[in-house]
Design a protein around this ligand. Structure first.
Ligand code: ZN
Ligand code: MN
Length: 487
């Protein structure tokens, strides 16, 4: 049967490094791309007898993540040892949480703008919230680099606080998975919890995929794709894997639960090992760490919960009159939100106009010049000054765009002074006044219609005056002048 007739079920385990200065169970500095093995001590090297000491900040950040995602936190949580052998973890167990993790339940809202661009027109479950099973806190292992005949191990990463965010098998497609990862990233960044940069390995995910024929069938055999580190690769891998599983079932094969990997270069999945069952890890409570009671942490963290992107978006629509689209663009990036919010503080114009300007002019120029918003030469304060010049009738919208571009190249200049230098002065009101009279005289039929109630035609007459002034007049002043004379 065709692939599209199969029911696809996906569950995700996302490992995300928490932004902390020090490691989870020792005082070593967390780092990225430093000289290998320079941030280590007996604890994170796993030397016998070294004891763990909790990083409370990491615990707080995990509870905060849970609050952002509507999870609950049990009154007592426990640390467990997950036993297995691997060279990147010489003490032979990872400290993690099994039965009593820091967060339970909750969900991740999928934002429309986080679906792949080509899939945004056909979102199957708009407004979906992907159900979470849990978030637990654990330690990262060392980083292995495999060479032809040897493996290098860097313990700088060992012991970095790592949250594991586990979904229920609640995702239906590669596109939803993509949107899930982007939305989760956006929320964790907005909460200041993690930079969640997949390129830097700060966020990695394991993807569990199964297919079945009918809704009434039990979930199909699960294949796990390990350690994916790019959202677009995850999307490609799922498409490939789903097709492969469907084809196998079509030809009567029995799938075996196993761990596979995605080969980006070949564009295919490959089998690594059949899955060891969870009890092989022989979890047991870590005797070096006492259970912790969470009440005090919860009280401490509660006031830190920030307004989430979708909450901000709703507020911008309600209070500032932004369209849903504009609000979602503005809230799609923390830097952009902060730019917008700073601009509206000093702009004497509507939030809607500020949003329009940022989306239509600023983002365009940033894109064209490949500059990030936080590096924008035109600061929010300067943009507000430009918008105020428009509002005061000193420059027209078109002139403001030129002014904006000029300011981009000379950001230290004062917008008002620069406008003057560019010859953008409030046009001679007497001259404009006579142009308005000329246009009124030349269009008696339009004037009659306007006076009969069709005020939309004011735009037409404004256009005529603008043309006659060779674009120099300020359209707002022209319209006001026309209204004063005609209505
Ligand atoms: Zn250490
Ligand atoms: Mn884990």
């Amino acid at each position: 049967m065709p692939v599209s007739d199969y029911i696809v079920t996906i569950g995700l385990e996302v490992h995300c490094q928490i932004k902390t200065n020090t490691k989870m169970f020792c005082g070593c500095q967390t780092s990225f791309a430093d000289e290998p093995n320079t941030h280590t001590c007996p604890t994170c090297l796993g030397l016998p007898g070294a004891l763990p000491v909790l990083n409370e900040f990491a615990i707080e950040r995990t509870i905060l993540s849970g609050m952002l995602l509507a999870c609950s936190t049990p009154p007592t949580v426990v640390w467990d040892r997950k036993n297995y052998f691997y060279p990147d973890m010489p003490k032979d167990y990872q400290i993690t949480q099994m039965d009593l993790p820091l967060c339970l339940g909750g969900g991740v809202p999928l934002y429309d703008h986080n679906y792949p661009k080509d899939a945004q027109k056909s979102i199957k479950n708009p407004g979906k919230v992907v159900q979470l099973n849990r978030i637990h806190l654990e330690e990262d292992v060392a980083k292995s680099t495999h060479l032809a005949n040897s493996t290098l191990i860097d313990f700088n990463r060992a012991g970095t606080p790592l949250m594991e965010i586990v979904t229920e098998p609640d995702i239906e497609s590669a596109e939803e998975t993509f949107a899930y990862l982007k939305s989760l990233q956006q929320i964790l960044i907005a909460g200041g919890i993690s930079d969640a940069d997949m390129d830097k390995g700060q966020m990695r995910c394991d993807v569990n995929i199964s297919v079945r024929k009918n809704e009434s069938d039990p979930l199909g055999t699960k294949i796990e794709l390990k350690n994916m580190n790019s959202t677009s690769a995850v999307r490609r891998a799922i498409h490939y894997e789903v097709a492969r599983q469907c084809q196998a079932l079509d030809s009567g094969e029995t799938l075996v639960q196993a761990t596979w990997r995605w080969d980006e270069e070949l564009g295919e999945t490959q089998e690594m090992r059949t899955k060891e069952d969870a009890h092989d890890y022989r979890y047991f409570p870590d005797p070096d760490l006492l259970p912790i009671t969470t009440a005090d942490y919860i009280e401490k963290v509660r006031p830190l919960v920030p307004e989430l992107p979708h909450e901000k978006s709703a507020r911008f629509q309600k209070e500032l009159g932004l369209t849903e689209y504009d609000a979602s663009v503005i809230t799609s990036d923390v830097q952009l939100v902060s730019y917008f919010e700073t601009t509206i503080q000093s702009a004497e114009t509507s939030g809607k106009k500020v949003a329009n300007w940022i989306i239509n002019n600023l983002l365009g120029l940033l894109n064209e010049k490949s500059v990030e918003i936080k590096e924008s030469p035109v600061t929010p304060e300067k943009l507000a000054e430009i918008l105020n010049l428009i509002e005061a009738g000193t420059v027209s919208n078109t002139q403001a765009k030129d002014l904006f571009t000029a300011l981009w190249d000379a950001p230290e200049k004062d917008p008002a002074a620069l406008a003057k230098k560019m010859g953008f002065e409030p046009a001679d009101t007497g001259a404009i006044d006579s142009l308005i009279d000329e246009v009124i005289a030349a269009n008696p039929d339009k004037v009659a219609e306007i006076q009969g109630g069709n005020e939309k035609l004011l735009n037409f007459l404004t256009g005529q005056v603008m043309k006659a002034s060779k674009g120099k007049a300020n359209p707002k002043i022209v319209t006001d002048g026309l209204k004063a004379k005609l209505l």
